[in-house]
Every structure is written in C-alpha cells, then in structure tokens.
Design a protein around this ligand. Structure first.
Ligand SMILES: *Cc1c(COP(=O)(O)O)cnc(C)c1O
Length: 438
C-alpha cells in the first residue's frame, strides 16, 4: 500500500525509488531528505485526469498548498492539470514557473488587496470568492484596474465529512464560504451577479480532507446541483461551472482504505448527470481539486537514526534527525504514518518502537508504536506519503534548516529544493549596529 509509483524493495532488500537506492540518495544528499518520485507524481495526475475526462468536460486542478515549488508546478502543467492556489506566494510561484494563468484558481478566506491586484493583473482564471468582504474588495480592485474578473463563489453545503475536526470544511460551523442553510449563499450570489466587473462562472465547495466515503461526494454533488437549479429559478441564469473540491483520501497507515480515482469520478459525475436530467439543467463543467492524492504518495522522507532511548517495560524511543519541522502533521492533527528500515530492509528481528523527532517538544513524535527491525544508530529509515503537507508546512523551529528535496526518475536524482544553510536561517535577521560586539 505504501510502495507507490516507482518505489520498491529491491532484490537486495533495499528501498529503491526512481531506480536509485535510498542509501545512495542519503549518502549523496544527506538526511533528512525529501524524495519525490517523478513517475509516481505523473501517474497520480493522469489517474485523476483520465478518470474525470472520460465523463466529458471536466478539469482537475492540483491543490498546490500540499507541495508548492517551481518544478512541481511544471510537472502539473505538463500533465494537463490546472492549479489551485491560496496565497500571493503560491501565485508568485506559479507566475515564475510560467504556469498557464487561465488554469489557475485562487482560493482562501481572506485574500488581501495586494493579492487580488496581483491576481487580476496576472490574468488568472478564477478567483474563488469566500465572503462579502472579498466580493466588495475584488469589485473595487477590478474597477480600479478597469478589468473584468471571472469568479466562483465558495458555498458551505452543510455536509459533514467523516474526518478529523481540523480538516473538515463543509459543515455549517466553518470559517469558509457562504452558508447555504441560512440564506447567505443565495444573497451572496445575488450580490455577485450585480457586480459590474465580476463575471460569476459558477460555484465551489470543499467538504474536507482524507475522505474515503464516496457517498460524501455524491451527497455534495447532489446538494450543489440543487443550488444550481435554485439559481436558475431565482436569477434566470445557468452557471457554467461547478467545483466540488478535493480531499480524496490516501494511504498513510493501516486502516486507511483509499479508493480508485475512478470511484470518485463516478460518484460525482453520475450524480451530476442524473441531477441535470432531473432538474432540467445544462451539465456544468465539473472541476475537482485533489491535493494530497496527487503529491502525497509520490513523496517519502529519509531520516538517519541517532539516539535510542529504552525505558524497560514502557517504550523504546528512536530519534531521527528531523521531526515536526519537516513533518508537522503528527503534532498538528495526530496524523499517522508508515515507515520502513530503508537500507538493509531485510533485517528481520522485529520490535515495537516509537519514532521521535529532534525538536524540544514532547509532542514532536513522527510515529507512535510501529513494528520495525531492531534499529541501530546510523540506520536509514523512510517515512512514506510525505509528499503532501510536509515541505509546505515545514518550519525552522529550533532553527533547524529545512531539508532538500530531490526529484528522482529512472536512475537520475535532481535537487529541486536546496537544503537550507545556517546562513539562510539568519538571512532576514538584522544585528543592530548598537548591539554588535565592539
Ligand atoms: C485543501 C484543499 C484541497 C485539497 O485537499 P486534499 O485533502 O489535499 O485533497 C482542495 N480544495 C480546497 C479548497 C482546499 O482547501
């Protein structure tokens, strides 16, 4: 389940990715090291693109908050996906990567005026407006720039996805979007249609993340199609597009049961087609925005084991040279991961250990209670499915430099993100002259 794309345990019992042994990658680039499997990343893109394309006019956009960097944006574009961005920084990265701006969608619940100006000037495809403050501000920005901007409106459909509290977004009590059940959504649509410089292309929703139940998606599609019908009835307009969000679940650890992207496409598209018939609506162009399912399984992180602490009868802590600074998710939402001994993975004797990070926080644990061969200091371990929300959430807590990321493919490994140096860590700091030592 965790070996995806080109990842495999080779004849020697060593982990291999992109045709290169993990041990060789660690020796060449050091650890901790983010490794991104190009073949796996491209395969994930194609799986989603093809699954939806078979139903007609659809667009898969990559939720790039999961892993945002220049080379990844190029690969995403080459594979025919659009891009979902959530900040001026991600927009800037897309511009620098030469991404086709027509296929960029700008999300977020509090876009600043500067971000809007940059977006409108760049000719970005859609701005997904989250609230009335944004709606008014965007109209003002477009009027000043004398431009028209295509937008979508983010609706909170009131769907409870069965997932962690912090990654649920579709429920009534959410910071995101216009609430459907209390009439705010319809009022917002009316207000948006009256804006001179905004062209409402359609509606967006996103119910949460790490979703395994396809019925959550068909329920959402049904609700949103009903909204489109109500819009038609009230405002005599048929929206062209419906974006049903992302959140497609992946395998991190035992218990995760990811579905085939085709199951997602079927759940959404069958519902959309059926509802379009029933409600006498034109079938809108369907947009989906998987994030973790594109980048997550294509990434792994290599760590070197350092200190090992055994508390007899209680627990054995195995500390690695990274932690919450390169993978915040276990500390942030108790996320689970799977790991293997990457070099000499055939070593047998097994025991239960807990993998600790090196930060000065008791909560800095990567994996609790995992069965691994008996580890020794200097061993190399690989943690899987770290392509999403790892680098993009990385910090310099404890002044740890962020790891490098290498893109591996068919025996070649290229650095796409350089390891930070100690100088990088103090780059923006200013030692006031009056405080400098004489
Ligand atoms: C985070 C997010 C996504 C992607 O979620 P994943 O769980 O990574 O697939 C898609 N759309 C929106 C609006 C999001 O906020």
């Amino acid at each position: 389940m965790y070996l995806r794309g080109s990842m495999k345990i080779n004849d020697k019992g060593n982990l291999e990715v992109g045709g290169i042994e993990a041990g060789d990658l660690a020796r060449q680039f050091g650890t901790p090291l983010y490794v991104l499997d190009e073949a796996g990343l491209r395969e994930n893109c194609r799986d989603f693109r093809d699954a939806f394309a078979s139903y007609g006019d659809t667009l898969v956009i990559y939720a790039s908050k999961t892993l945002s960097c220049l080379s990844v944006y190029r690969i995403i574009e080459e594979e025919g996906l659009g891009l979902d961005i959530v900040s001026g920084g991600e927009l800037y990265t897309a511009l620098k990567a030469g991404f086709n701006m027509e296929k960029v969608y700008f999300h977020g619940n509090n876009k600043s005026r500067d971000e809007m100006v940059l977006a409108v000037k760049s000719g970005l495809g859609r701005i997904v407006v989250d609230n009335l403050y944004e709606l008014d501000l965007l109209e003002e920005v477009c009027a000043e720039l004398n431009k028209t901007q295509s937008i979508m409106l983010r609706i909170t459909p009131g769907v409870e996805a069965h997932t962690h509290e912090f990654i649920k977004t579709g429920q009534l009590d959410s910071k995101f979007g216009f609430t459907l059940s209390n009439g705010q959504a319809m009022a917002a649509i009316k207000a948006a249609l009256e804006k001179k410089h905004l062209h409402v292309k359609g509606l967006h929703c996103h119910i949460g993340s790490q979703i395994f139940e396809m019925s959550s998606y068909s329920n959402t599609a049904e609700i949103m199609m009903n909204v489109l019908a109500e819009v038609k009835e009230r405002f005599h307009i048929e929206f062209e597009e419906l974006n049903v969000g992302g959140g497609f679940g992946i395998f991190y650890a035992a218990g995760d049961d990811p579905k085939d992207p085709r199951a997602w496409a079927q759940a959404v598209m069958d519902t959309v087609k059926e509802k379009a018939r029933e409600l006498n609506l034109r079938q809108p162009k369907i947009i989906v925005e998987p994030g973790r399912a594109v980048s997550g399984p294509a990434g792994l992180t290599l760590y070197t084991v350092g200190s090992i602490k055994e508390i007899p009868g209680i627990r054995k802590y195995v500390a690695v040279d990274g932690g919450m600074t390169d993978n915040l998710r276990p500390a942030l939402y108790n996320a689970k991961y799977t790991a293997v001994l990457a070099d000499n993975a055939v070593r047998e004797k097994t025991e239960i250990v807990s993998i600790a990070g090196k930060c000065c926080e008791s909560g800095d644990m990567l994996i609790w209670d995992i069965v691994l061969p008996v580890l020794e200091s200097g061993d190399l371990i690989a943690v899987f499915a770290t392509g999403a929300y790892n680098y993009s959430m990385a910090s310099n807590y404890n002044k740890l430099p962020r790891p490098a990321m290498v893109l591996v493919n068919e025996g070649a490994a290229d650095v796409i993100i350089e390891r930070e140096t100690y100088d990088d860590l103090i780059r923006n700091e200013i030692l006031l002259e009056r405080l400098a030592s004489k």
